[in-house]
Design a protein around this ligand. Structure first.
Ligand SMILES: *Cc1c(COP(=O)(O)O)cnc(C)c1O
Length: 462
């Protein structure tokens, strides 16, 4: 099957040169970076698929909105424009600005989590779980089993397993669960969506027990697109409508505006409860900035306000998801093991299958990531045992079922020819996979979010 590649609903007005490098140059750069592509200088990367976060191309309207950024310390007009855009599209009455998504996670975790608490979620996200654990709670993965199987083709692999959630509530008691954390879609599962039907059932169960539901809304628009395309009863609804309906089923949201909203930086915490919002405003001034800028410049809030409007445009979100699907389909056609179905923001290479001869303790995904950079100057990110980190209680490595290299596609940035170059490089590497006879081990292992700054050395896998 060849994938559809709809023509982009925009044209290019400004370009940024890319630098190509030789294999020798890349070998030198990677060694200096301790075999961790995160530590490379961006100018040594040809096609950068490390993340779709803050790396998106802004529109003419976003850039022009930035020129009217109100940089007043207190009460800037730009804050009210962003707040109103969030209210209109997501419906949260209270909007607390933060410098990026993890700022919202910090505020929320400090407000709601006490030592001994338990936080269920549909798979973890790195920064989200780190803040939950720093505040003394234990994270519980309540996602459906299908999410842990890269080959499972279910349309909503981001769904919460209601039986797992109900069991946890029975075991620890509703009082020990401050909120359920719902990712929509689920980043660590490869951008897999949650269905409206499931979210409604989560709402029903938690309402019965008096437990809050908090949405991780970073890519909620992409989730809305999958609902429109795949879920019975939703095909006639607009993306904007579905997004609002998703938010309606939650009590609040943490948002990284660096994803769906096309901004280079920024985020917000959305809440409905006035007392909670007051508490959040008390904390934001300590950790981020005044409650009308939260660590952002006025111009950043302008870019977000306009970005929210653009994010729900039907042709834009369709082109975005279709571009990602195109890369995925090219790899599937070439027989490369990837997480299926293809998610909204990334294609995930199944490193456990590709490098089956390298045991998980020698970091096959990190190894594949390093090899992909050496081969073609393409940068992705590890989403396997390194990202999973250590259990805060036992100190042991957590060994996730998914051992992935994530190739995230920035929005409105790369062309079809760039994606073809990536597909060709991955296909070559997959064909030559048996020539990779080493894994990696740490020479430096940071304490928090170790995948960002860790350093490695090669070690024979035999
Ligand atoms: C990016 C991201 C975050 C954190 O947001 P930052 O802006 O990077 O701090 C949280 N959750 C998900 C699902 C994300 O993708």
């Amino acid at each position: 099957m060849t994938a559809v590649y709809p023509a982009e609903p925009w044209r290019i007005k400004m370009v940024e040169p890319l630098r190509t490098t030789t294999r020798e140059e890349r070998e030198r750069a990677l060694r200096a970076a301790g075999y961790n592509p995160c530590l490379l200088r961006a100018e040594d990367v040809y096609i950068d698929l490390f993340t779709d976060s803050g790396t998106n191309a802004m529109s003419d309207l976003q850039w022009s909105a930035m020129m009217r950024g109100d940089e007043s310390y207190c009460g800037a007009a730009s804050f009210y424009r962003m707040r109103d855009a969030v209210r209109a599209h997501c419906g949260y009455e209270h909007v607390i600005p933060v410098h990026q998504g993890r700022g919202a996670e910090n505020l929320l975790s400090r407000m709601l989590i006490h030592p001994g608490h338990h936080v269920p979620g549909n798979m973890y996200f790195t920064t989200t779980r780190a803040h939950q654990e720093l505040n003394g709670s234990t994270f519980h993965d309540v996602i459906v089993d299908a999410a842990h199987d890269p080959a499972d083709e279910s349309p909503f692999k981001g769904d919460v397993d209601l039986a797992k959630l109900e069991k946890l509530i029975g075991e620890v008691g509703a009082d020990a669960i401050p909120y359920v954390c719902v990712g929509a879609p689920v980043n660590m599962a490869g951008g897999q969506p949650i269905s409206m039907d499931c979210l409604a059932r989560v709402r029903e169960l938690t309402a019965h027990h008096g437990i809050m539901v908090v949405l991780d809304a970073a890519r909620a628009v992409e989730n809305a697109y999958f609902v429109q395309q795949r879920e019975p009863g939703w095909s006639q609804r607009t993306i904007a409508d579905i997004l609002h309906a998703m938010c309606d089923l939650t009590d609040g949201a943490t948002m990284s505006a660096k994803k769906d909203s096309f901004a280079n930086i920024g985020g917000w915490l959305g809440l409905r409860d006035a007392d909670q919002a007051e508490q959040a405003r008390g904390l934001v001034v300590l950790y981020e900035g005044m409650h009308t800028y939260g660590g952002m410049a006025g111009r950043d809030m302008e870019a977000i306000a306009q970005g929210i409007v653009e994010s729900v445009q039907e042709d834009g979100i369709r082109a975005r998801v279709a571009q990602v699907a195109y890369l995925g389909q090219r790899l599937i056609d070439a027989g490369v093991p990837v997480v299926r179905p293809i998610g909204g923001h990334c294609v995930c290479l199944d490193a456990a299958a590709i490098l089956a001869h390298i045991p998980q303790r020698l970091f096959p995904a990190q190894t594949l990531l390093a090899e992909l950079y050496l081969h073609a100057g393409v940068r992705g990110v590890e989403r396997g045992i390194v990202s999973a980190g250590r259990d805060p209680v036992t100190g042991e490595n957590r060994a996730p079922a998914l051992e992935l290299v994530r190739l995230a596609i920035p929005r409105r940035v790369y062309t079809r020819a760039h994606l073809d170059a990536v597909a060709d490089a991955v296909t070559d590497l997959h064909r030559e996979r048996r020539a990779i006879t080493h894994g990696l081990r740490f020479t430096y292992e940071p304490r928090h979010l170790r995948f960002f700054q860790a350093r490695y050395e090669p070690v024979p896998a035999g």
